[in-house]
Design a protein around this ligand. Structure first.
Ligand code: 3PY
Ligand code: MG
Length: 257
């Protein structure tokens, strides 16, 4: 929870389209710079990023210090990471490779306190950030941080209804890169694959039916605009590595022009 505690969820539920940057670098200063550029949130990528648990905790504080909402993309089967991120006071977690009803139940159990799940008590930093007493935090925590299940395989598409209807799952988040790898049976990684585009209708339709928030990762600004126009209210719009790579190449190109 940033200084704007709870506002991230409220804004999404009110129908706003929100954009998150995606940070892979293990550097609080880099994440803080990105956080100050007007993104609605910064997501720390603990799956494919260069970030370990301690880096994550420092980056969360840096992003919140900039007054920006912060989320963590967790790592497959890393139970400890989900609790640590929530205890540090993030606005949401995005859990990769949630393929089956058992996976979505696993996620909900780790992310939500009883009676919804089995989250372990210990909000080391989240409690202080929330400004609540223990009882009030316990009562509100399940809605203070959102849990997104990543839909990024053919198997997860086949289980959309069960994943979306799992108590404690607040949203589904499409990973179009992995989805293209899965749907093409390893032939290509290409989010603009027609099979990926076709799957998005089912994702949007099931999300609406079950009242969960659909999100998606966009590799390019063009795809981000397409996804927003199709009705995705939560879009990851670019990574710090991409920004550094693109900005650096553009600068060198301009110098040598
Ligand atoms: C994917 O597209 O597979 C993702 O996980 C987004 O980074
Ligand atoms: Mg992925």
């Amino acid at each position: 929870m940033s200084p704007a505690t709870g506002s991230f969820r409220t804004r999404l539920l009110a129908g706003e389209t929100l954009y998150t940057a995606w940070c892979l670098l293990a550097d609080p200063n880099a994440a803080e710079i990105v956080a100050r550029q007007g993104w609605d949130a910064v997501t720390i990528d603990c799956q494919h990023g260069f970030v370990d648990h301690l880096d994550m905790l420092r980056i969360i504080a840096a992003v919140q210090g900039a007054g920006t909402n912060v989320l963590v993309r967790t790592a497959p089967r890393d139970e400890n990471l989900i609790g640590k991120a929530l205890d540090a006071g993030v606005d949401g977690i995005i859990a990769p490779m949630i393929n089956s009803p058992a996976d979505s139940r696993w996620l909900s159990d780790l992310a939500k306190f009883p009676p919804v799940g089995e989250r372990s008590w210990g909000p080391a930093r989240a409690l202080a950030l929330s400004g609540l007493d223990k009882q009030s935090y316990l009562a509100q925590a399940n809605t203070l941080s959102l849990a997104w299940a990543m839909v990024e395989t053919a198997e997860s598409l086949a289980n959309l209804d069960a994943i979306c209807s799992t108590d404690g799952i607040d949203g589904i988040f499409v990973g179009p890169n992995d989805l293209s790898v899965s749907l093409s049976r390893g032939a290509t990684v290409d989010p603009s694959l027609p099979e990926v585009g076709n799957a998005l209708d089912a994702v949007l339709e099931r999300a609406e039916k079950h009242g969960v928030i659909p999100g998606i990762f966009a590799n390019t600004p063009e795809l981000a605009r397409v996804f927003a126009a199709r009705g995705f209210p939560f879009i990851a719009g670019g990574s710090d590595v991409g920004m550094l790579t693109g900005g650096s190449a553009q600068l060198l190109g301009a110098i040598k022009a």
